[in-house]
Design a protein around this ligand. Sequence first.
Ligand code: ATP
Length: 231
Amino acid sequence: ETHTLSGRVEFKNVDFIYPDTGIHALKNVSFSINPGEKLAIIGRTGSGKSTLANILLRMYDVSNGEVLIDGKNIKLLNLNDFRSQTGFVPQDVFLFSDTIAHNIAFGQDTVNMNDVEQAAKNAAVYNNIMEFENQFETFIGERGITLSGGQKQRVSIARAIINSPKLLIFDDSLSAVDTKTEESILRNLGKIMQGKTSIIIAHRVSTIKNSDKILVLDDGKIIEQGKHEEL
Ligand code: ATP
């Protein structure tokens, strides 16, 4: 049966070495997030932020230590179950050569236009889409129109939130949107993610100021951990 995630995440002394390059990308990383908390991760380029997100999504297994979700080792979770309750916006947004509606509903069993539109509104991309002649039926990619970087990010955000995930992970997902748009997306997320866990990897201070906890990574290590006011 499906285990409904409560969204508690714990890293215990996690080390990760990329097998192909030997790069030691995470070093003794420990932290925890309670259900419903908003965690922000910042740090220089190459400090290990994306690696941490990818480990949490089980794209790789840890080299040492453990990752627990709701107290259970991530290796023992049913991956489909876990991923179906997780929303992820990767750093390199991936869109298909298909309609905007299908891109947003990707991974859903059916395309429910109410859900698609609501997700687009929450991702602050609805108005852009409505300006296109074919609106949600607009073809994007090779055979269609080219979206701007910020529009791509927001379509990807809509895709990640359409099924009301219990855990949401943004890998630098607001880098191409202006601060005003960012603010409205974060406000919407605050509502839809109430009581659910979110992890936002960011560069700008504006993105992280309302987080419950901030991790600062440097060279694979957590060098600071705390609230915005404490750092
Ligand atoms: P950025 O802010 O630039 O996205 P980051 O903090 O997300 O950087 P990572 O992408 O996690 O950093 O990279 C951490 C280290 O791991 C870097 O030294 C990087 O070169 C290395 N690395 C990242 N991805 C891979 C990979 N797929 N294979 C091998 N090494 C990798």
